[in-house]
Design a protein. Sequence first.
Length: 328
Amino acid sequence: MQTRRRLLTHLLAAAGAASLGGGAVRAQDAKRMIRIVVGFPAGGGTDVIARLVAERVKVPFASSVIVENRPGAAARASVDYVKAAEADGSTLLFTPDFPITLYPHSFRSLSYDPMRDLVPVAAGAKSMLSYAVGPAVPDSVTTLASFVKWCRDNPKGAQYATTAAGGTPHFVGVMFANAAGLAMTPVHYRGGAPALQDLIGGHVPASINPIGETMAQAQSGGIRILAVTGAERSRFLPNVPTMREQGFDVVVEPWLGFFAPARTPPQTVRMLAAAINDVAKSKEFAESLAKFGNDPALETGEAFTKTVRTDLERWAGIVKASGFVAVD
């Protein structure tokens, strides 16, 4: 009798699990840990924002959420890692836009296809870039037009620092140079900090960085921000005009977003997106992001997927026209 009862219990449990459907999160997964994978070292901007989300997000099927740093290959290692992870909602990628939207065009051989190997879950934050000059440029240079004139008068000095070859700041520089009719040389650094150090030290005349990296230095007078790349002025730098306002049609608003491995069940993706969106809508999160010159991004599902596809298509022509090919 006891054996029959045990068998009946197992059959009822199996039937209950089956009734949830293949795309649902199973009850026995209730205590799963979620890892947010970041392709940069701890302490950087992407890592800090990922941790802000991890501290606040409440996912129905997870008991905890942690951040795991997997730097390497200019963030490509993190994409490869998530691509190969279990497609059950327990591993998410948090990344800036360029490994998803730019690398497919700038690398001749890329080990992943972002739209085939990943599924967009939700945007986490958005910002814009700044175009700044330092002491290598005369104090009289206060606009993009005057900087263009200085570059024409000093062609050997027509350079700008970027945070990575093939990244968004690099191609903002390409777009600006094309719009201005200039031949400019990008100088690539392994991150924003060393680029700004050389800008402040007068070793490079200009630098393109997220505004969160340049606001403090601009306030202290170490550098001058000539323009921002948004469609409108940044609320953090209301007195700085956009590039478009100054006659250069360059509009780039980078985002940071969450992605899951392909074949993650749609219901799981929706749960994750809803949980992340709840964080993004909170006043506390917005206030924390503001310290880094970022705003929350409230895009999930189809809307975020459309943004990713649009940016992926947009960069194709820009990268091709530049002739740039990334070196592994």
